[in-house]
Design a protein around this ligand. Structure first.
Ligand code: PEP
Ligand code: MG
Length: 762
């Protein structure tokens, strides 16, 4: 497509994106497309799935009064045919086409040529974009390519605008349908509560270009926001004290320099003087700088574009929401954020936190895992959810289906309230047996451990029945601080856990940041963070962080002697050797400190997480070096299937019931047994009833899961003979798809009388 065409296309998409409401966006779309394609008519029809029809939503060329009145059934007319075929239709003489449907109201009798293309978002036809012309001719291949490209780019924009329209009362959208949105199920459960939008971050690109005729006022606002941003940065610098890693110090220094650079401030003031609002001035100047950095040859400087953008967004946040205070709607809170972090969750008391919505993330991202650990329903990956004005609105979160209802009508609210009660009853039903051991009817015992990390008190309180801690995610307390916690602070945190589980094993994992887990004070920006500087890779590059942490764990374990330490994201034997060497060094240091004391340190067992597929093939080499293996099935699944666990777009491809994942898990268990290496599993699969039974059949005898699954999994194991689970595994191992596996697992659960309540859902 010619460059000129591409520019036109980009301009139309941008304009549509910036329109405040859906009807304006659509009207702009048809007018601009008609102009760009030099044709006689352009119209857009949107699908109404409740009424099974396409409704004419905007036109430039047909009779304007038909908008809002004309609709075609999905099986009617050329528009219906475009929707059915999900591909463009290009005919020279529409009226002689057998599918043409005549509407007296729309006055299209003079239009002969017809080109319609579907607008498809996430595999679903959202509407049809049509251009028509008087002259009877086939639209050219170039014109068709233009319309198809436009429709593809618009799908996202329209989906966003449509939701925005649904949520803004009086936006003119004729919809009586319930406002519901679909995302990815993040944590099971249903809840009714009010939205609390946390720290809305404003993206530079999302700022609409606005003019202002009060330059003095805008300058003043900009000055206040800039000063506040500088203050934030200085505060951050001070809070970090001497504990900063050099990379981070360099980045903070760079932020400081930019924030204090008079040239930037001057450029924004110039934009304001030229008649733009302060927000628009910041957007224009920072977008320019970002562009310049992105175009640089030097990869380090190119990377800094993200920092420049971030700084611009920090200033914007102060402009848009001075003081950035979030109003609390009272009652049960449904926390809504672009990206929910552990620190955000920690801000609200558990009793009030009823649900969670994260625009970013997917079913196995850490926000989802945190929500499951807290036992609150969550929906993630709703890209098109406008946050402004949402705080205080009533929401229903259906964490099973991944659905949200906004301001639901009474009938739906009543139905969900009933489900909430049912759920509580079910949970209590399983809890009755939580303290009984997980021993199968044919006498095989499985140790059930806890995945923890949020806070010792709440989790331990809820973790009825846990026989130890199988995974303590140390990065979570790190994420809740504003600097690297000192050795003593860490030791205090870890000691609480050791004390709560005195006499039972506590497996602590060394810091696992990177991927979708970032420390606010140690930003790591990478194109492929899950394949990048993550877990042990990062801490081996910072032995000071590693050593402080291991020493803190060791000191915390004195007197309890129940510590086990494991390393995340291991790929190679050399990493294991280095981690073991550093651990031995830390052990010697702590022993040295204790030389003149009564107390002594018991050497902890040291293990490795199997998360990177490479390790599946290195179990013989690991056997002589370490004490145990722990399978992280969440990462193992993402790396085996090459599916980002944090990407909602590929959520349906992420599945631990994939036959390849099951084969890998089986092989790990057999090889570990062959080399007498104890192996446990701490990924989310162990907390699913069907998953737990398959793992048990493979030979895993230690399963670790969040507190809310413990009672349920024990209940299932106590009712499933190992021989039955092995039968199920044999059948499952012959299957070809995760869907088939689920069907077989569900049939077995059903046959055991464990049906509905425990299904392997999707
Ligand atoms: C895993 O990857 O399975 C795991 C337990 O670690 P995390 O979910 O914290 O990455
Ligand atoms: Mg992991």
């Amino acid at each position: 497509m010619a460059v000129e065409m591409l520019n036109t296309l980009r301009r139309i998409v941008q304009q549509v994106n910036q329109a405040a409401e859906l009807p304006d966006a659509l009207q702009l779309l048809v007018a601009e497309t008609k102009k760009a394609m030099v044709t006689d008519c352009c119209s857009v029809y949107l699908a109404n799935y409740d009424l099974q029809c396409f409704e004419l939503m905007a036109t430039d060329g047909l009779d304007a009064s038909a908008v809002g009145h004309v609709s075609l059934n999905f099986s009617e007319g050329l528009v219906g045919l475009v929707g059915q075929r999900e591909e463009p239709i290009n005919v020279a003489d529409a009226q002689s086409h057998p599918r043409f449907k005549y509407f007296p109201d729309v006055k299209e009798e003079l239009l002969s040529a017809f080109l319609g293309t579907p607008i498809i978002h996430q595999r679903k036809v959202m509407g049809v974009l049509v251009v028509q012309q008087r002259e009877s001719r086939q639209f050219s291949a170039n014109e068709e390519a233009f319309l198809v490209t436009l429709a593809a780019q618009l799908a996202n924009v329209l989906a966003h605008a449509q939701v925005r329209g649904m949520l803004v009362p009086g936006s003119g959208i004729a919809t009586t349908a319930v406002r519901s949105l679909r995302g990815v199920p993040g944590a099971p459960g249903v809840v009714v509560g009010r939205a609390l939008v946390s720290a809305p971050s404003i993206e530079l690109d999302a700022v609409q270009s606005l003019r202002s005729d009060d330059a003095a006022h805008e300058q003043l606002r900009f000055g206040v926001a800039l000063t506040a941003t500088r203050g934030d940065l200085e505060g951050l610098h001070e809070r970090m004290g001497g504990e900063l890693a050099t990379e981070f110090r360099a980045i903070l220094d760079m932020y400081g320099q930019l924030a204090n650079d008079p040239a930037i401030a001057r450029a924004v003031v110039e934009e304001i003087t030229a008649g733009w609002s302060a927000e628009t001035g910041v957007k224009r100047v920072f977008s320019r700088y970002v562009g310049q950095f992105e175009a640089m040859q030097d990869p380090y400087l190119r990377e800094r574009a993200a920092d420049v953008r971030d700084l611009g967004q920090r200033i914007l946040a102060h402009l848009v929401e001075p003081g950035s205070t979030v109003s609390d709607p009272g009652g049960p809170i449904i926390l809504v954020a672009r990206e929910v972090t552990a620190a955000m969750l920690a801000e609200y008391p558990r009793e009030r936190l009823a649900g969670l919505v994260s625009l970013r993330g997917s079913n196995n991202s850490h926000a989802a895992i945190l929500a499951r650990a807290l036992g609150i329903p969550a929906v993630l990956g709703i890209q098109e959810f406008p946050l402004s004005g949402l705080s205080g609105t009533e929401l229903i979160i259906d964490g099973y289906a991944g659905e949200i209802f906004v301001d639901p009508p009474e009938a739906i609210r009543a139905e969900y309230q009933r489900l909430v009660v049912e759920e509580t009853e079910l949970r209590n039903y399983f809890l009755v047996e939580a303290d009984l051991p997980a021993v199968t009817p044919d006498g095989h015992a499985v140790a059930i451990h806890l995945n923890a990390g949020l806070s010792a008190d709440t989790e331990v309180g809820q973790a009825q029945g846990a026989e130890g801690v199988g995974l303590y995610r140390t990065e979570i307390p790190f994420m809740m601080q504003d600097r690297f916690p000192s050795e003593q602070t860490q030791a205090d945190i870890y000691q609480q856990v050791m004390a709560s589980f005195a006499g039972k094993p506590v497996t602590m994992r060394t810091l696992d940041v990177g991927g979708d887990k970032a420390l606010p004070y140690f930003p790591v920006r990478e194109d492929n963070p899950f394949l990048g500087w993550r877990g042990l890779r990062l801490t081996l590059d910072h032995p000071e962080i590693f050593l402080v942490q291991v020493r803190a764990m060791l000191r915390a374990s004195i007197g309890y002697d129940n510590l086990r330490i494991m390393f995340p994201m291991v790929t190679s034997i050399a990493e294991v050797d280095e981690a073991m060497r550093l651990s031995r060094q830390a052990i010697n240091e702590v022993r040295e400190e204790l030389r003149h004391s009564e107390r002594s340190l018991t050497k902890p067992k040291l293990g490795v997480m199997v998360e990177v597929p490479a390790l599946i093939y290195q179990i013989p080499q690991l056997a002589g070096r370490i004490d145990f293996l722990s399978v992280g099935s969440n990462d193992l699944t993402q790396y085996l299937l090459a599916v980002d666990r944090n990407n909602a777009r590929v959520a349906s491809l992420y599945d631990a019931f994939h036959p390849a994942v099951l084969a890998a898990l089986q092989q790990i268990s057999s090889d570990a047994q062959r080399f007498s290496l104890p192996v446990s599993i701490c990924g989310e699969l162990a907390g699913e009833p069907g998953g737990a039974l398959l793992l048990m059949a493979m030979g895993y005898r230690q399963l670790s899961m969040n507190s809310h699954n413990i009672a349920r999994i024990k209940w299932v194991i106590r009712r499933t003979p190992l021989t039955k689970a092995q039968e199920m595994l044999r059948e499952v191992m012959t299957l070809e798809s995760p869907q088939q596996v689920r069907a077989v697992v569900n049939a077995h659960l059903e046959a055991l009388g464990l049906g509905g309540m425990l299904r392997a859902g999707r």
